[in-house]
Design a binder for this molecule. Structure first.
Ligand code: GLP
Length: 243
């Protein structure tokens, strides 16, 4: 595992963007696994800027998102579908047909989750971007999730609901308590994984991950079993590391 510590959020976003741009240029048909959350916003900003200046093309790139809330219509302002379109897809040249986000608003959620799992088996992800929950979750795989888990409907902890309520300003009661998420085993199939963590709120989970044991109590620790992981931290997220 490669751990890169940079000064601040801007440097983290730039370093992550450089890795993704390089991968996209190297393989114009890359299968790119994407994540949402505040941590990724700066990165998507850089990717959009780079597309406008350098014409980096996403024409034949396929994007597969990690997760989606259950119960909100696709185009609702707080879905991850909207997050991704508003912050990234609508500003670069992705083909809408190449954009895959788990379906959180179907009558057949379970069936749709199974279909999504099959989709990412048929289209193996070359590079998977991950953020990190304060409690060590990746995607929406909360502590206690089996490392064998596959794309499925999952329940969110009270803590995650509270932390994520900041994205529902004035409508905190709308934060769903369920989501559809790639499972841990789905994530671990990606050829390369890029994990980002920024800010002091992530420092404890980062220390437990980097210096602690592999345990389902800390879902991110599963990454230690993967052969090609890069972790980018800013100084705040890295502040509890012993060296
Ligand atoms: C949500 C998402 C995760 C993301 C996490 C971190 O819970 N399901 O995929 O990694 O938030 O979010 P943030 O970057 O806003 O701290």
């Amino acid at each position: 595992m490669k751990v890169i510590i940079v000064k601040n959020y801007h440097e983290l976003s730039k370093a992550a963007a450089d890795i993704i741009i390089e991968a996209v240029k190297l393989n114009p048909k890359l299968n790119l696994g994407l994540a949402t959350g505040g941590t990724t916003l700066g990165l998507y900003g850089y990717l959009v800027k780079d597309h406008k200046i350098n014409n980096t093309s996403y024409k034949d790139i396929k994007a597969f998102n990690l997760d989606e809330y259950v119960g909100l219509p696709k185009n609702h302002e707080y879905t991850y579908y909207r997050f991704m379109h508003d912050n990234f897809f609508n500003h670069v040249n992705f083909k809408e047909d190449n954009v895959y986000i788990p379906d959180g608003h179907s009558l057949n959620l379970k069936e749709k989750a199974l279909e999504f799992e099959q989709l990412i088996i048929d289209n193996p992800i070359d590079l998977q971007l991950l953020g990190l929950g304060v409690n060590g979750h990746i995607g929406f795989n909360e502590p206690g999730t089996s490392f064998e888990s596959k794309t499925d409907i999952v329940s969110l902890t009270k803590e995650t609901i509270k932390v994520n309520s900041r994205f529902f300003p004035g409508h905190e009661e709308l934060v769903p308590n369920k989501a559809v998420s790639m499972g841990i085993s789905s994530i671990l199939r990606a050829k390369k994984i890029l994990l980002l963590a920024s800010g002091e709120k992530k420092a404890q989970a980062i220390r437990d991950f980097i210096e602690g044991p592999i345990t389902t109590d800390l879902p991110v620790s599963c990454l230690k079993t993967h052969p090609d992981v890069t972790v980018i931290l800013d100084e705040e997220a890295a502040q509890l590391l012993s060296k």
